[in-house]
Design a protein around this ligand. Structure first.
Ligand code: 4NP
Length: 161
């Protein structure tokens, strides 16, 4: 049996976007029967919400699409650079913060923006919905559904012999 691919989704607080990315990706894996091929987690570049479930607005928006968000917030740490094969960031600030954490460290993780996988929509960042209205949470989920589907397609095609 092959080793699972290990993915970490990262945003600022780990209560809105990265828990949503984790839940959307897990949901798509379940639909394809691929849960055992991946190990999925999320983290924040900040640690203010340590231990908290995803934001209630984000959980409600996800639940309306049949998506469960299982995460408890935690802050990214150096060990994550060694634990995960890929680290997928939500915006430019998250990307810069993870790159800074990784500076000077030899590690095996590929660090990249998740929007790389949602080219049909032509976006560079998943916008932070925390201080906005309900529409922002829906927009995050729309983007993440595209991005996670693109990511999964790519990872599957790479895994094929
Ligand atoms: P997230 O959103 O990075 O998508 O989890 C935020 C959550 C909390 C805060 C900012 C963004 N905050 O300032 O507490």
């Amino acid at each position: 049996m092959k080793e699972p691919q290990r993915l970490l989704f990262v945003c600022l607080g780990n209560i809105c976007r990265s828990p949503a990315a984790e839940g959307v990706f897990l949901h798509q894996l379940a639909q394809e029967g691929l849960e055992s091929a991946f190990l999925v987690d999320s983290a924040g570049t900040g640690g203010w919400h340590q231990g908290q479930p995803a934001d209630a607005r984000m959980r409600a928006a996800a639940a309306r699409r049949g998506i469960h968000l299982p995460s408890r917030a935690r802050q990214i740490e150096i060990a994550d650079l060694h634990r995960f094969d890929r680290i997928l960031t939500m915006d430019d600030d998250n990307l810069a913060a993870v790159q800074e954490l990784a500076r000077g460290i030899e590690h095996g993780a590929r660090i990249e923006p998740i929007t790389r996988y949602c080219t049909p929509l032509g976006v560079r960042e998943v916008p932070d919905p925390y201080y906005g209205g309900d529409r922002g949470f829906e927009q995050v989920l729309d983007l993440l559904e595209h991005a996670c589907a693109g990511l999964l397609d790519q990872l599957r095609s790479q895994a094929e012999p």
